[in-house]
Design a binder for this molecule. Structure first.
Ligand code: MN
Length: 232
């Protein structure tokens, strides 16, 4: 038996301080998981259960600081936004994972940016269409080095921020997540059979905004390796 076309390359993210990699399965993303961001997008954070979308693993762009990576301005959009987010990587899958056992399913963490074609997402929202073209496109998920939970610990709080050209644009604390990491894992596992290698992007604090060619984005989360993206 042979593949009739070239098989896609497996996607794996390097682990900090080692030659190891974290192999990626799916990328789940939580929408509006910080109250101030929900408000800046015109929503009431108190009345909404969590909701999810996915980015395709081929949209990952490995961009560890200090060198980072180039992010070619995406086609089809004139309003691309940055959203700094904590990325959770799962070591174990399962269904109906309880909140109290959820951290046992986490391998580690990385810094990520949920790049968003906001204009296309806006049209999709207005028309009741999927967010796919606004969220899952080439290089739409820049990501930094992975850190094991054994080293980084459980991420319940910590500074999360993003600078554009040296100016602070997003500045928050992960303790402000509406749905905490264990709750998100539990909720997702009631909808999907989670699998090892699944990533969860956990939402962005307030301060999202547009990027333009030439911009340098630097993202930082307390305890993790930083990320750097140059828009070209
Ligand atoms: Mn997001």
């Amino acid at each position: 038996m042979a593949n009739v076309i070239k098989a896609p390359d497996p996607v794996a993210i390097p682990v900090a301080g080692s030659d190891d990699t974290f192999p990626v399965n799916r990328i789940f993303c939580v929408g509006r998981n910080y109250a101030e961001h929900a408000r800046e997008m015109g929503h009431d954070p108190d009345r909404e259960p969590p909701f999810f979308f996915e980015k395709h693993p081929s949209s990952l762009l490995f961009a560890p600081a200090p060198d980072g990576a180039e992010f070619p301005y995406p086609q089809g959009s004139e309003d691309v936004h940055h959203e700094i987010e904590l990325v959770v990587g799962l070591s174990k899958g399962g269904n109906d994972i309880s909140v109290e056992h959820a951290f046992e399913h986490v391998w580690g963490y990385a810094v990520g940016i949920d790049m968003t074609r906001r204009d296309l997402q806006g049209v999709a929202k207005k028309m009741g269409r999927p967010w796919e073209i606004g969220k899952s496109f080439d290089n739409a998920a820049p990501i930094g080095m992975f850190h094991a939970i054994t080293e980084a610990g459980h991420m319940a709080e910590g500074h999360i921020r993003l600078d554009v050209n040296g100016e602070r644009r997003q500045d928050g604390n992960m303790n402000a997540m509406i749905w905490k990491i264990p709750e998100t894992i539990a909720y997702l596992s009631a909808l999907f059979t989670l699998q090892p290698g699944d990533l969860i992007m956990t939402g962005t604090p307030a301060g999202v905004g547009p990027v333009k060619k030439g911009d340098i984005l630097e993202g930082h989360i307390e305890g993790l390796s930083s990320i750097k993206v140059t828009v070209t």
